[in-house]
Design a protein. Structure first.
Lengths: 214, 102
């Protein structure tokens, strides 16, 4: 047992690199299961209010810009592609390709956040931010305000996850540039990918729920 | 322990990306047509399909060990339980007559 070379990246509680990788992927999915319940709670609350105020939610939804939401959907899915390619490059130990794909992922994530910030500003100017001089020309302003409460809560929590992901990407780009990851040790990049793809999946549901009502 | 750490061909990632783009176009197009209650069903079905593609291929769950697969399924099973119990409450409230008070 002790006569095989011990990889520097192998933590002593694991038997080998495979077991270490499997364990970290399992641990990450346990964390993501918690995240599923977190966003799931918001989704259920939204569903109940949309069921109660279908007309107001439809009217309020028409104040969102479908083109911007659709553009951001494309941008975020493209960032998932570059993230997946970064993981693949890490599996092959291609340092330059890891860095390039992580940088692309960061750039696309930043575009998403910039568009989101522009949308938020537009809503502020149009008095559609609940609590900040909200005013709505429609049949049920109070119920429409509920829609925007969910809009800001859900897209805000999603954007917060994106900001955290962008910070993590900076860390991984730094590490990858120093050649930390290679074919025998790419687990952390895989875990980063799981987080990024999960945030993408949340948006895959938010987009039709908020932008595509009737 | 496992042999799941194989490298997928690049082409696979681009094919999945193209499928995700196609489903995005479909969901936007269908939302513009009035199908009544079917609109929500189609929107959700497309979103679930896209999520499954991301989970299986981008997140490598397809080639993950059984323990990981079980964890993923458990995560969504618990979500389904939460949704089902919440909706049975809210959807069935109107079936009972208004309480008259004390």
């Amino acid at each position: 047992m002790a006569d095989i070379a011990h990889p520097a990246e192998l933590a002593h509680q694991f038997e080998d690199m495979d077991q270490q990788l499997d364990s970290s992927v399992f641990g990450m999915w346990v964390f993501l299961a918690q995240e599923i319940m977190f966003f799931g709670g918001l989704f259920v609350a939204y569903t109940i209010y949309r069921g109660a105020y279908p007309e107001a939610f439809r009217e309020a939804s028409h104040h969102l810009d479908l083109r911007l939401g659709g553009f951001n959907t494309v941008v975020l899915i493209a960032s998932s592609l570059t993230m997946a390619l970064a993981v693949r490059a890490a599996q092959l130990g291609q340092r330059a390709a890891i860095v390039a794909n992580l940088l692309l992922t960061l750039a696309l994530g930043s575009v998403f956040l910039a568009v989101k910030a522009y949308e938020y500003h537009h809503k502020y100017v149009e008095h559609l931010v609940p609590g900040l001089g909200f005013s709505f020309e429609g049949s049920h302003p109070a119920n429409a305000q509920m829609f925007f409460v969910f809009y800001f809560l859900m897209t805000g929590m999603h954007a917060l996850h994106m900001v955290v992901g962008a910070g993590l990407l900076l860390y991984f780009i730094h590490k990858a540039r120093r050649g930390v990851y290679h074919a025998g040790y790419y687990g952390p990049v895989e875990i980063m990918g799981l987080y990024w793809h999960f945030v993408d999946i949340v948006w895959i549901f938010l987009f039709p729920m908020l932008y595509l009502i009737g | 322990m496992t042999s799941h750490h194989h490298v997928e061909p690049k082409k696979m990632y681009f094919v999945i990306f193209a499928a995700l783009m196609a489903f995005t176009a479909i969901t936007v197009a269908v939302s513009r047509v009035d199908l009544g209650a079917l609109n929500v069903v189609v929107a959700l079905a497309v979103a679930v399909t896209k999520a499954v593609l991301v989970i299986l291929f981008f997140m490598h769950v397809r080639s993950s060990p059984p323990l990981t697969k079980l964890t993923v399924v458990a995560g969504f099973l618990w979500l389904a339980i939460m949704i089902a119990l919440m909706l049975t409450d809210y959807l069935s409230r109107a079936w009972l007559p208004e309480p008259k008070g004390w």
